[in-house]
Design a protein around this ligand. Structure first.
Ligand code: LLP
Length: 434
C-alpha cells in the first residue's frame, strides 16, 4: 500500500506504522491528539536540498530552513546537524533558535515589520543576515547598528511582480503585497540607493519569495531571471557587486493524491540554469544561492493522530466525524480551506467508501479538518491519522477554547521520543496574573 507520505506502512498487526513505529501504540502511549513526525524523512529532505545544490550549482549555495513551518528546539538542532542555515521571522523564533544552540552566523531574519527591540536583539547577537523589507526598516537597522558600533549585514527583499498560482493568502510575489520593495514602481531601486548611503549596513545581496505551495517551475525560473537582471541593473547603476541571491521557499508538497509537485532536482536544475545564463548575459558574478524551504522540509514528515469522539449522521446531507482536536492544532481548513488525506491508523487498508466531514471540537462551525473527505466506516474511539500535517500545524496552533496543544512525538531510529510535551491546563494559565 502506497500512502502520500513515504514513511508510512502497514505492519503485521494491520496497523499504520511510521518508520517502524506502530501509530496505534503511539496513540495509546502518548494520548491523542498528537503530532507524530519522522526524523529520517526530514534528514532525507535536508540531504535532497544539499545534494541538489551540489549537483546543479557546484555547491555554491546554502539551504536555510524556514522555521516558521515547524519551530521547536528539536528542529533547530536537527537542521543544524544537517548543515542548514535557518530563517526566523520573529524575536520568538530567534530566541528558540539561539536557545537550541543554533549558530548565529547562519540565521537569517525576515519580516515586514520587525520591531526595534527585535532588530536590536538580532544585531546584538550578531546574526548572519537581516533581510531588509522597506526603507523605514533600513533606517531603523542603520540607527541601531550605529548605536552598537557594528555593521549590519543585510539582504534586500524585492517584490519581483510574479503572480504564482496558489492561495491568495500565501502569495507574496505580486505587486500588491505587504512584503518587500516593489520592482516595477521603482521602490526597489530607491531602497538600494538608500542602503548604499547608509553607513552602518553592508549590502550582501537580494532576496525574493513568490509564495508557498507552488507546483510549477515556471514562476521560480521567472523570479530567478527577474532577480538576476536586477542584480545586473544594480551593478551598472551603483557599481555594487553583491554576492548573494536568496530565492525564497515555496516548493509544494502532497496533501492529497491530486497534488503533484515537481521534483526538487528539476527545480534546482531549472533555476540554476537561469541564474547561470543571466549571469553571463549581464556580466555579473555567479551569486551564492540561498533557498528557504519550509513546508517541503517537514509537511510530509508529519501526521496528526486523533481519536474519533462522536459521529453524527444527517441523512442525505452529511456525516460529521468529530475528533478530539481541530482548528486549535490545525487551523489550515478554517484559514485556507485546505485539503487533507485521512487514514484510519487501526484499519489503514479498509476501503475508504464513506464520505465524511471531519470536525474539530471547538465552538466554531468552520472548525473542520476537511469537508466531504473519503474515509472508511470508522467507529467511535478509532484512531485516525491526518497526513502531511508536519508544516504549519503545530506552528500555527492556538489555545482557542482553552484547548491545550498536542505533543510532538519524533520517531527516531525506530523509537518515539517526546520532542515537545503536551501542554497542560496550568501551562495555559501561566500568564494569568489573577
Ligand atoms: N521564505 C519566506 C520569506 C517566507 O515568507 C516563507 C513562507 C518561506 C520562505 C517558506 O515557504 P515554504 O517553503 O514553506 O512554502 N501558513 C501558510 C504558509 C505561509 C507561508 C509563509 N511564508 C500555510 O499553512 O499554508
Amino acid at each position: 500500500m502506497q500512502f502520500i507520505m513515504d514513511c508510512l506502512n502497514v505492519n503485521e498487526n494491520g496497523n499504520l506504522e511510521m518508520s517502524g513505529c506502530d501509530l496505534v501504540k503511539i496513540a495509546k502511549e502518548f494520548g491523542t491528539p498528537a503530532y507524530v513526525v519522522d526524523d529520517a524523512t526530514i534528514r532525507n529532505n535536508c540531504k535532497k536540498y544539499n545534494d541538489s545544490i551540489k549537483k546543479y550549482y557546484d555547491g555554491n549555495g546554502r539551504a536555510i530552513y524556514a522555521s516558521k513551518a515547524l519551530s521547536c528546539k528539536y528542529m533547530y538542532k536537527l537542521v543544524n546537524e544537517e548543515g542548514f542555515g535557518i530563517d526566523v521571522v520573529s524575536g520568538g523564533e530567534l530566541y528558540a533558535a539561539l536557545s537550541a544552540g543554533f549558530p548565529a552566523d547562519k540565521i537569517y531574519f525576515h519580516g515586514n515589520n520587525k520591531t526595534p527591540d527585535e532588530l536590536k536583539y538580532a544585531l546584538e547577537n550578531n546574526i548572519g543576515r537581516i533581510m531588509v523589507d522597506n526603507a523605514l526598516e533600513l533606517s531603523r537597522i542603520n540607527e541601531i547598528a550605529g548605536e552598537l558600533k557594528i555593521k549590519a549585514n543585510i539582504i534586500i527583499r524585492i517584490t519581483p511582480g510574479i503572480d504564482a498560482s496558489t492561495h491568495d493568502f500565501i502569495k507574496t510575489g505580486q505587486i500588491d503585497s505587504k512584503f518587500g520593495a516593489v520592482l516595477e514602481t521603482g521602490e526597489a531601486d530607491d531602497l538600494v540607493a538608500l542602503a548604499v548611503k547608509a553607513e552602518n549596513v553592508c549590502i550582501k545581496g537580494f532576496h525574493c519569495h513568490i509564495g508557498s505551495q507552488i507546483f510549477d517551475l515556471e514562476p521560480f525560473e521567472h523570479a530567478a531571471e527577474v532577480m538576476m537582471n536586477f542584480i545586473g541593473d544594480v551593478k551598472e547603476k551603483y557599481g555594487i557587486i553583491t554576492d548573494e541571491l536568496d530565492l525564497g521557499g515555496g516548493f509544494g508538497i502532497r496533501y492529497t493524491e491530486d497534488d503533484n509537485p515537481s521534483d526538487l532536482g528539476e527545480y534546482m536544475n531549472a533555476v540554476s540554469k537561469v541564474v547561470k545564463r543571466v549571469a553571463k548575459e549581464r556580466d555579473v558574478k555567479l551569486p551564492f544561492i540561498i533557498v528557504e524551504p519550509g513546508r517541503s522540509m517537514v509537511a510530509e514528515a508529519g501526521l496528526t493522530l486523533y481519536s474519533v469522539g462522536t459521529i453524527k449522521n444527517i441523512p442525505n446531507i452529511r456525516t460529521y466525524v468529530s475528533i478530539d482536536g481541530g482548528m486549535t492544532d490545525n487551523p489550515r481548513y478554517i484559514l485556507y480551506q485546505s485539503r487533507y488525506t485521512a487514514v484510519s491508523a487501526e484499519n489503514p487498508l479498509a476501503p475508504q467508501d464513506k464520505t465524511v466531514t471531519i470536525a474539530g471540537k471547538c465552538c466554531e462551525s468552520g472548525d473542520l479538518i476537511g469537508k466531504d473527505m473519503p474515509l472508511n466506516d470508522v467507529k467511535v474511539g478509532e484512531i485516525i491519522a491526518i497526513l502531511s500535517t508536519g508544516a504549519y500545524n503545530y506552528s500555527m496552533s492556538s489555545n482557542y477554547n482553552r484547548v491545550p496543544r498536542p505533543p510532538i512525538i519524533m520517531i527516531k531510529d525506530g523509537k518515539p521520543t517526546v520532542a515537545v510535551r503536551r501542554e497542560t491546563y496550568d501551562d495555559m494559565l501561566k500568564c494569568d496574573m489573577f
